[in-house]
Design a protein. Structure first.
Length: 151
C-alpha cells in the first residue's frame, strides 16, 4: 500500500494518538541507535509521555547522565561553536550568495571582454569602448598571450 503525505497536526482521537506515539517512539529510538552504531558517536534520547508511567531513556540512565554532565562541563565556546541563530544563518547565506554574485559578475565581464577581443579580430573598431574596457581588453590579451607562451 502506498504511503500518503501526512499532515503534521495534533491527533484528536486519543486511541489513534497513542498508537501513533508507540510506532513513532519505536522508530525514533531505532534511529538514535542506528546513528550511534553507524557513526560511532554518543547520542541520547529522553522521551516523556502521558501514555507511559516511566520516561524512556536511550541508551540507559547512567550513560545519558554521563553524556549530559560531560556536555555541561565543556567550555561555553566549545558548546556553542557550531550553533547559529536564524539571523546569523541568514547572514552567512546572504554573504555566500553575494560572493557568488561577485564571482559571476567578474566571469561575465571577462567573457564580454573576450567577445570584444574576438570581434576586434573580425575587424570591428574599438572606438565605442571606454577606457576601463580598453584596460580590461589589454589585460585579457596579455593573459591569452602568456597562455600561448606557456604552451
Amino acid at each position: 500500500m502506498a504511503r500518503r503525505k501526512l499532515r503534521l497536526q495534533y491527533i484528536a482521537n486519543a486511541c489513534s494518538r497513542r498508537n501513533t506515539f508507540k510506532k513513532r517512539n519505536k522508530g525514533l529510538l531505532k534511529k538514535v541507535y542506528e546513528i550511534t552504531a553507524l557513526c560511532d558517536i554518543k547520542a541520547a534520547a529522553v522521551i516523556y509521555s502521558p501514555f507511559e508511567v516511566e520516561s524512556k531513556v536511550f541508551p540507559s540512565h547512567p550513560e545519558v547522565h554521563q553524556m549530559l554532565t560531560r556536555f555541561q562541563d565543556m567550555p561555553e565556546m566549545d558548546k556553542t561553536r557550531n550553533m547559529v541563530n536564524q539571523e546569523t544563518f541568514l547572514r552567512q547565506q546572504i554573504d555566500k550568495i553575494q560572493e557568488k554574485i561577485i564571482k559571476l559578475k567578474r566571469d561575465n565581464q571577462e567573457k564580454q571582454i573576450t567577445q570584444v577581443m574576438f570581434d576586434c579580430l573580425k575587424g570591428k573598431t574599438l572606438s565605442d569602448l571606454e577606457l576601463k574596457d580598453l584596460s580590461d581588453l589589454t589585460f585579457i590579451i596579455e593573459q591569452n598571450l602568456k597562455e600561448l607562451d606557456i604552451k
